[in-house]
Design a binder for this molecule. Structure first.
Ligand code: GLA
Length: 381
């Protein structure tokens, strides 16, 4: 008997079912309420070929949900957030939001650029010391973006665009910003940031997802095992503003060079930890190249097996352990967000870089393109 034609059919059938497992990527869209001014807000659901999905709204570019598999392949939402846009408008510690024009803190809400002094909102007061935080009173997290669903290489994306007008929140220049969220078929959340300006201005964009790899609402994050490829931090004063020094992590609670539970040294008797209170600090990444994507951090959650790697082109990383969550905000699942039930790993330039001449510059000038990419890669073991 000639087996050849039969084998041909089997091969085609196997190939056929393998292709079936790769479902087509989709971007779906639905209404998500409205702003105070009555503008409609939308919610976009990106689903990749592997079944990973993310819900993103054009209000603040907020990522509301991110469903990734555990070691059994079961999908779970690993982000803190709310069910309605009204709750995001009412009160949020930047859950899931795009952050700009300048992420993190600016000392005394002031900076001088090309001989001119700019005064910003004082919207944060750690240790009773006022500063500008995350772009001011109406940062990029609290505005509507133009949204365009996109698909490339069978990966779904959402392209968000906005021109931040000259003088907005006190910053100089019309800043034309595009942020694209992708869910690649390598199970990555990839965030591409791009901006141009018509006047010199500081720019430091980031994204403020609060992760809990056990699943949203499933307790604290203290047992997550964290590795940070950074052997120095930027020590802060009581107002969480860098002093300008770089401190080696070796022999301190900030040493995450090898995998360490987030909770292990979070209450250590250490002045920097007391300022946090807990981890709310900036690590200078040990980079090998100037601008390639490099591994900045890895988080492993032992009970679910979920792993998240953070790859970035940025020089620094803020690790915030949810120290300001106190049970007053009630999340998507109806449960209050208690102390340290979510963590953030925000890729960026270090805080107050605009006032720190020895830190890498955050100044963007006309004719230049601000371009940076960060990838959160998910797996399970
Ligand atoms: C950032 C800051 C924290 C805190 C949160 C929002 O991560 O570093 O100090 O302000 O945002 O609550």
């Amino acid at each position: 008997m000639n087996l050849k034609p039969l084998l041909g059919i089997i091969a085609a059938t196997t190939l056929g079912s393998a292709l079936m497992a790769e479902q087509p990527s989709t971007v779906a869209m639905r209404a998500f309420g409205q702003t105070k001014a009555g503008e409609p807000v939308m919610l976009y659901t990106l689903t990749n070929a592997k079944g990973l999905s993310a819900d993103i709204t054009n209000y603040g570019g907020i990522m509301v949900r991110l469903l990734v598999p555990d070691r059994e392949g079961k999908l779970g939402d690993i982000l803190l957030g709310y069910n309605t846009v009204d709750e995001y408008i009412a009160k949020t510690p930047y859950f899931g939001a795009l952050i700009g024009r300048v992420g993190n803190r600016i000392a005394h809400g002031k900076f001088t650029l090309d001989g001119q002094t700019y005064t910003l909102a004082l919207n944060d007061h750690p240790g009773d010391i006022p500063c500008n935080l995350h772009g001011g009173n109406l940062g990029f997290d609290k505005v509507l973006w133009q949204a365009e669903p996109v698909i490339k290489d069978n990966a779904p994306g959402l392209k968000l665009h906005r021109v931040s007008p000259d003088g907005e929140e006190g910053f100089p220049g019309n800043l034309d910003v595009t942020v694209t969220y992708w869910l690649t078929n390598a199970n990555e959340l990839k965030i591409e940031y791009r901006a141009t300006t018509d006047k010199a201005t500081p720019v430091n964009l980031t994204q403020h997802n609060y992760y809990n790899l056990r699943g949203d609402g499933n307790g604290d994050i203290l047992g997550h095992i964290l590795t940070i490829n950074g052997s120095q931090t930027t020590p802060v004063n009581a107002g969480l503003i860098p002093t300008g020094e770089l401190a080696p992590v070796a022999g301190t609670p900030f040493d995450f060079l090898t995998p360490t539970p987030m909770g292990k040294n979070i209450n250590a008797d250490n002045q920097q930890i007391k300022y946090g209170p807990g981890f709310d600090h900036n690590w200078v990444l040990d980079r090998k190249t100037a601008k390639e994507l490099e591994l900045a951090a890895t988080v492993y959650e032992p009970t679910t097996g979920r792993v998240m790697e953070v790859w970035t082109q940025e020089p620094a990383l803020q690790f915030y352990a949810g120290n300001f969550l106190d049970g007053t905000l009630v999340g998507k699942n109806g449960k209050p967000y208690q102390y340290r039930t979510g963590f953030c790993l925000e890729t960026q330039h270090s805080p107050d870089s605009i006032n720190q001449p020895t830190f890498p510059s955050t100044v963007l000038r006309p004719g230049e393109v601000y371009s940076t990419v960060t990838v959160y890669r998910f797996s399970a073991k």
